[in-house]
Design a protein around this ligand. Structure first.
Ligand code: SD4
Length: 334
């Protein structure tokens, strides 16, 4: 209300020839965004890739209740994918690193900008819940490796066997075929598909989560963008949120999800913001071979958007009116 009042007074002032206060100008972009689509559309949840459909169902169990909480919703969604033993890119059934270890990255962020994250963690089914526990029970944001595993153990998260036998088998075959362990492994739909989730609850608050086994056959010890707040995920309850998927190294270079949210703050639609962030990545990389990155974004009004470097990126959407896969628009000539 305050912003709109300020805007109106600014406009009246301009008509009367009175200079607008500087503050009023700063709000113009957001008011323009509001005027483009004033309808509020939430609760809503969006999740990267096809596995997002099942994840969204879990989120919706939370979001459809009258006092829903977006943080619970995104955690429930992430847990669903983490427990899917057929999924080769999230959770302990995900793809291993070059030494055969399945090391997991995850983070979570709520509408108060509280956040938690774990990286390079092995043998735990729900990295997302450990990340939430770090956020709620410690003074820290991020725990990695052995320290994160000790923390999980001390908070009673059950340790489980990893990798699962199917992954071990696939790893053996890969090792036989890939003698040169320092060759850059290709990143494509077969070896990466992080789940990133954004949800707005009945109160209009937004939260996000991101969980992955990361780049298949990465170097042991590598952490991608997914557990890094601002890269793999960023939420600002005044503006909206964004999550990333794809080659983490490129996403970190432009602080990808934070960039998308800041572009929305400046008045871009979620779609325009995702596209500009992708263009920034393209501009910073001479060799784009195999470099797929994508973002999805949700603003505070429940408007969503997505964009990726290469065609083929999609996300799952669930609201009171829709439950479907949406293809990220693609308009490049490659
Ligand atoms: C990573 N960004 O570890 C992750 C991988 C990914 O879709 O998103 N895959 O770099």
């Amino acid at each position: 209300m305050k912003r709109r009042t300020l805007f109106k007074w600014g406009a009246i002032g301009t008509v009367l020839g009175i200079t607008q206060p500087v503050q009023a100008k700063q709000f113009l972009a957001n008011d323009a965004l509001l005027d483009k689509k004033p309808m509020l559309r939430y609760p809503i949840v969006v999740s990267t890739w096809k596995h997002g459909l099942e994840a969204n169902k879990e989120a919706w169990k939370v979001l459809s209740s009258p006092n829903s909480n977006a943080l619970d919703a995104v955690e429930a969604a992430a847990r669903q994918t983490e427990s899917d033993r057929t999924n080769r890119s999230v959770g302990i059934s995900g793809m291993p690193d070059r030494d055969g270890h399945v090391t997991l990255d995850a983070c979570i962020m709520d509408h108060n900008s509280k956040c938690g994250s774990v990286g390079f963690i092995e043998g735990y089914e729900h990295p997302i819940s450990i990340a939430r526990s770090v956020m709620e029970n410690t003074q820290h944001v991020m725990l990695v490796g052995e320290g994160a595993e000790d923390y999980a153990k001390s908070y009673g998260f059950p340790k489980i066997k990893s990798p699962i036998k199917e992954v071990k088998k696939e790893y053996k075959t890969w090792k036989k075929e890939n003698k040169d362990l320092f060759k850059k492994p290709e990143i494509n739909h077969e070896n990466h598909d992080t789940i990133g989730i954004l949800a707005i609850d009945t109160k209009g608050n937004i939260s996000g989560a991101c969980t992955t086994s990361g780049w298949a056959y990465k170097l042991h010890g590598r952490i991608g963008d997914s557990p890094i707040i601002g890269a793999g995920l960023f939420i600002d309850n005044e503006v909206g949120g964004a999550v990333a998927t794809g080659l983490g190294e490129a996403i970190i270079r432009i602080a990808g999800s934070h960039t998308v949210v800041e572009l929305m703050r400046q008045g871009k639609t979620p779609q325009e913001a995702c596209k500009e962030a992708v263009e920034r990545i393209i501009a910073k990389h001479e060799d784009l071979t195999g470099l797929q990155c994508g973002f999805i974004a949700l603003n505070k009004y429940g408007q969503y958007g997505a964009y990726s470097i290469y065609n083929g990126f999609n996300f799952a959407l669930k609201s009171h009116y829709q439950e479907e896969m949406v293809d990220a628009p693609f308009d490049r000539n490659w």
